[in-house]
Ligand binder design. Structure first.
Ligand SMILES: [Zn+2]
Length: 317
């Protein structure tokens, strides 16, 4: 049902999937920069369409709302929530001969403050993004990470300093904002983050009491900024906190130049990746973006698993 041509393509529909360079027809699973390009014609969820248009300008797009199948290019195509960020989708493709393929894109199982929880339909062939496919990438329980974030931010405010939370612009920043405002901590956002947050709000995802950061922060407010942003001196004393799944690696504190790092992820960790494969119960699994050893871990569990595409690169998200 698919082949590899510098990227994943659904053969019958001649549909490129998450290509980073322009294609005649492409499906975009979500609006992170490493999954989008200025395609001639795009298929994606309505929420992803808004985010892509924000980044790349208006483009010809066919919107695929979750769980509403369409017949397209000889296939039946259906999107399902991927639990990763606003609009993130898995794509299920089924052909007239009863074959089925599920492409996960970036995904996460379990709850999220700002993304619909992932749904996993079963499929004969699974193509899975296995970013955290090494067993060292086991994340602590989500509640524990959230509690740590709130404690750090509250402690900073109580000490009269400004908490500066570093998070990726699309997805993590909005989730962090919602977690803080749910705990009665108002948030000022960097302008790049604020633009994306407005799309969240337009799509019905409420982020609570937040605003646009100008140059200083009133006492009692937290700042949410892109990774490695530097405060200027007029902000006074700051405590910098990174929120990223990579925080399971202690070196992230030095790489991001922050005081603390909280391991809250919008990617499935190793255990969730295994769980996802078990739930989809495919006949074949193809792994992308993760370490090759993940293929071996699946084979040990009795799955017919193979790597897909070029050797894995460690990729920030
Ligand atoms: Zn992503």
């Amino acid at each position: 049902m698919f082949h590899w041509d510098n990227g994943l393509k659904l053969t019958r529909a001649d549909l490129a999937v998450d290509f980073r360079h322009r294609q005649p027809r492409a499906f975009i699973s979500h609006a992170h920069a490493d999954h989008i390009a200025r395609h001639e014609y795009t298929l994606c969820t309505p929420q992803t369409a808004r985010l892509v248009h924000l980044r790349l300008g208006p483009r010809p797009t066919l919107e695929l709302p979750y769980r509403r199948p369409i017949e397209w290019g000889g296939l039946r195509l259906t999107t399902f929530p991927a639990g990763h960020c606003l609009g993130s989708a898995m794509l299920l493709a089924e052909d007239a001969d009863g074959r089925s393929l599920l492409y996960t894109g970036d995904f996460k199982l379990g709850p999220s403050a700002t993304a619909e929880p992932a749904e996993l339909p079963s499929a004969e062939t699974l193509i899975i993004e296995s970013t955290y496919g090494g067993p060292t990438y086991r994340l602590p329980p989500r509640q524990q990470a959230i509690q740590r974030l709130i404690e750090l931010v509250r402690g900073t405010l109580d000490a009269g300093a400004v908490p500066v939370v570093h998070a990726y612009i699309l997805g993590k920043s909005q989730e962090v904002t919602r977690l803080l405002t749910d705990h009665d901590i108002p948030v000022l956002q960097h302008r790049h983050i604020y633009r994306v947050s407005q799309v969240y709000e337009q799509c019905g995802v409420r982020l609570g009491r937040y605003g646009l950061f100008g140059s200083d922060a009133p006492s009692g407010w937290a700042l949410v900024v892109p990774p490695r942003w530097h405060a200027d001196e007029q902000l006074g004393r700051t405590v910098d906190i990174a929120v990223t799944g990579w925080a399971v690696d202690p070196a992230v504190r030095y790489r991001w130049k922050v005081d603390h790092a909280v391991p809250l992820s919008d990617h499935a960790d190793f255990d969730q990746l295994i769980e996802a494969v078990e739930r989809v119960a495919p006949r074949q699994v193809y792994c992308t973006h993760g370490p090759e050893s993940f293929v071996d871990r699946l084979a040990e569990r009795g799955f017919d698993a193979r790597p897909l595409g070029r050797p894995a690169q460690r990729r920030l998200f």
